[in-house]
Design a protein around this ligand. Structure first.
Ligand SMILES: *Cc1c(COP(=O)(O)O)cnc(C)c1O
Length: 411
């Protein structure tokens, strides 16, 4: 079993080859990408300890992203389930309605510091692209978003938003015409334009430096949460469970970061992957379903693949979770047994959304609805001294059409 080091940030627990637990991560990129990656690494490693930069980050987190986000008890849901207390960290109150704005803002700040005018990124479902286009607009940067042509058709709403923010969408027509190909194309462009252009990856995936910057950015969530928890309960409770949905894994890393050193019997970390439609075999759940290790996005990780190692397309009601791989950081947390991973089906996520909308004022998007589904499953058999906190990392407004179609209700 892999062991974690206490007192050291998880993002820094790699060896000199950027491997976590010798099995995950690394920089599996073409030789030509080494220089841009080295430049970005040097910049970030210097700035993350620079007081002025930290003040700048905190200023924009407060005044642009809008932190701290609320933390409150879901009284009616708790009463309804009759077991553990269920609390909500409403990260969806952040600017743009989800946590991707933390990472996008930090990348925009790094881009400014590097005196570059252009920022580029890849996107699948379109949310990472949308948030990057927002941050680019805020900081006066020109933005290009690489996107597979299949996704451009599927995600027309987000494409419109990106263009409205002044971003150019670069259509990628190669391979499966989805995220995997958009990533390759974006990296190729970065190699040729590194002098003028910064690159952002939208989750805790990709070459090591992108994992680091992203997890370092979302860690803001648990810096707030630990203060809020101590204020509400006087201390970190004896039984605390932190439940988060897992796509690439950036919101979960942000939600858990400050709690990783706690004993798992005190603070349990529970990650919920997308189980897909209940009869489907194409789950976006590499940690739950015993997927093999492979390279995706330039890093070794558990990834959904066929017998020949070809990455397989997955299926989920929530576009944000529909990703065949997962952050090497979560692979490490799984193998060290610090976190427990499970999945919820499309139907369970929809039922969770429906119940919460009936009982509470919160409207979680379909991604956090997966996390709420797990909370609803486990709460009844736990006692009221157990505190379950769920990261409601997205707002349901973006999922309105699909919710209407599947549940026949409006919001
Ligand atoms: C992108 C997204 C996710 C999945 O990404 P993570 O990196 O796992 O957080 C989850 N929820 C929402 C609302 C998203 O936009």
């Amino acid at each position: 079993m892999m062991k974690l080091k206490k007192g050291k940030l998880l993002i820094d627990q790699h060896n000199k080859n950027y491997m976590y637990g010798k099995k995950f991560g690394g920089n599996y990129v073409p030789e030509t990408l080494k220089k841009p990656i080295e430049d970005l690494t040097n910049l970030f490693e210097k700035l993350r300890y620079n007081k002025k930069f930290l003040n700048e980050r905190d200023y924009y987190f407060k005044n642009y992203v809008g932190v701290p986000t609320p933390f409150f008890k879901l009284n009616n849901l708790t009463k309804h389930l009759g077991g553990a207390q269920i609390w909500c960290k409403q990260v969806s109150k952040a600017n743009g309605g989800a946590h991707k704005i933390y990472n996008a803002t930090v990348h925009a700040l790094l881009c400014k510091r590097a005196k570059k005018k252009y920022i580029i990124g890849d996107t699948g479902a379109g949310y990472a692209g949308k948030m990057l286009s927002m941050a680019a607009k805020k900081f006066g940067l020109k933005c290009k978003i690489f996107m597979g042509t299949k996704d451009i058709v599927r995600q027309a709403v987000n494409c419109r938003a990106m263009r409205k923010n002044g971003a150019e969408i670069v259509p990628v027509n190669s391979g499966s015409r989805t995220l995997v190909d958009a990533v390759s194309e974006c990296m190729r462009y970065w190699v040729s334009n590194n002098d003028t252009t910064s690159m952002c990856v939208g989750s805790t995936v990709g070459p090591n430096i992108f994992i680091k910057i992203c997890a370092w950015s979302t860690a803001q969530i648990s810096r707030e949460l630990i203060v809020q928890v101590k204020k509400e309960f006087g201390k970190v409770p004896k039984k605390l469970k932190l439940i988060n949905c897992i796509g690439g894994g950036s919101s979960a890393m942000g939600f858990w970061n400050e709690f990783i050193d706690y004993d798992k019997n005190q603070v349990e970390l529970i990650g919920v992957e997308a189980g897909g439609p209940k009869d489907s075999k194409r789950h976006a759940a590499p940690l739950t379903n015993g997927a093999k290790i492979g390279v995706l996005h330039g890093a070794l990780q558990y990834v959904i693949q066929d017998a020949e190692g070809q990455i397989e397309e997955t299926e989920s009601i929530s576009a944000g979770l529909d990703y065949p791989g997962v952050s090497p950081l979560h692979c490490l947390l799984k193998d060290s047994k610090r976190a427990r991973y499970t999945s919820a089906t499309d139907e369970e996520a929809l039922a969770a959304f429906k119940l919460i909308s009936k009982l509470e004022k919160v409207r979680p998007s379909l991604e956090p609805a997966h996390a709420f589904a797990e909370a609803i499953k486990i709460a009844p058999r736990l006692n009221k001294d157990t505190i379950i906190a769920v990261n409601s990392c997205g707002d349901a407004k973006k999922d309105m059409n699909i919710i209407k179609k599947r549940l026949g209700c409006s919001l």
